[in-house]
Structure formats: structure tokens, C-alpha cells
Ligand binder design. Structure first.
Ligand code: THU
Length: 142
């Protein structure tokens, strides 16, 4: 199912808004993410950095955490906003985490310039490891 113009605009506004709450004093790279749940609800996240750099959590994974905690585990679209000239694709860790819940997710990246990046999570994470990999091989380690 593809995103309507109204859904696109509301995800974009929400992602832009939440990017303003990013805690990113080390990278100064703000990210806002808005997830559209299959039930129509929207969940947002921003990146949260830490003085212990490796503890940083990306905006996309914070949006997933908010959704799952609210009982939503199926997503239609992930929209990522960065206040940059070019759109930003999600990092590998975030691709893996969203694919866990929605193998058919649509990913849209927007920025302050005119370019928009659109891809399916299958395109962004081909031949992925997922819940199916465990099910298919559950008796192989005996
Ligand atoms: N970041 C995200 O929030 N999402 C991504 O997909 C890539 C990177 C954040 C993490 C860190 O706070 C900053 O961007 C620079 O890497």
C-alpha cells in the first residue's frame, strides 16, 4: 500500500518536529523518525547520544521502541527527516530492527532539499536474517 499525500505530510511534519528534540551534542546531527503503524497510529523518535558514544540510540529505533511499547508491531511506512541538503538513509542496525516487525516496510527519507529517497526495506536489507531464519533452522543445531 503506498502512502497518501496527507499521510506523507503528517509523517514529515511529525519527524521534523521530533528532530528538534534530538540529543546530539557530539555529532550535531539531528534525526527525526516517524513510523506509521498498520493501525493508523503514528510513533516518533529522535536520536539520543551519550557521552559513552556507543550507547547512542538512533531516531528510528527510538520510534520502534515507542510503537512496540504502545502495542503496535506492524508498520507501513518509516519516514526519516534530517535537516540536511540530501536525504539520509537509515543505518544498518535500524534496517535490521524495523525489518523484524515489517518485512514489507516502505522507507522514505526527506530533508531540507527537494530530494526524497524512497525504498522498500527489502531493497535496503536484501537476503536478511530474521525471525524466519530461526524458524527455518530451528532443528539444525542439535
Ligand atoms: N543516526 C540516526 O539517528 N539514525 C540513523 O539511521 C543513522 C544515524 C544518528 C546517530 C547519531 O546520533 C547521529 O545520527 C550521527 O551518527
Amino acid at each position: 500500500m503506498s502512502l497518501t499525500e496527507a499521510q506523507f505530510e503528517s509523517l514529515k511534519l511529525a519527524a521534523m518536529d521530533v528532530s528538534g528534540n534530538a540529543w546530539c551534542p557530539y555529532s550535531d546531527f539531528r534525526v527525526g523518525a516517524a513510523l506509521l503503524g498498520a493501525d493508523g497510529r503514528m510513533f516518533c523518535g529522535c536520536n539520543i547520544e551519550n557521552a559513552s558514544y556507543g550507547l547512542t540510540i538512533c531516531a528510528e529505533r527510538n520510534a520502534v521502541a515507542e510503537a512496540v511499547a504502545a502495542g503496535c508491531r506492524e508498520f507501513l511506512t518509516l519516514l526519516i527527516y534530517t535537516p540536511t541538503a540530501q536525504p539520509t538513509a537509515p543505518c544498518g542496525a535500524c534496517r535490521q530492527v524495523v525489518a523484524e516487525f515489517s518485512p514489507d516496510l516502505e522507507v522514505v527519507s526527506v530533508c531540507d532539499g527537494p530530494d526524497v529517497l524512497r525504498a522498500s526495506i527489502r531493497q535496503l536489507l536484501p537476503h536478511s536474517f530474521g525471525p524466519q531464519s530461526l524458524r527455518d533452522n530451528s532443528d539444525s543445531c542439535d
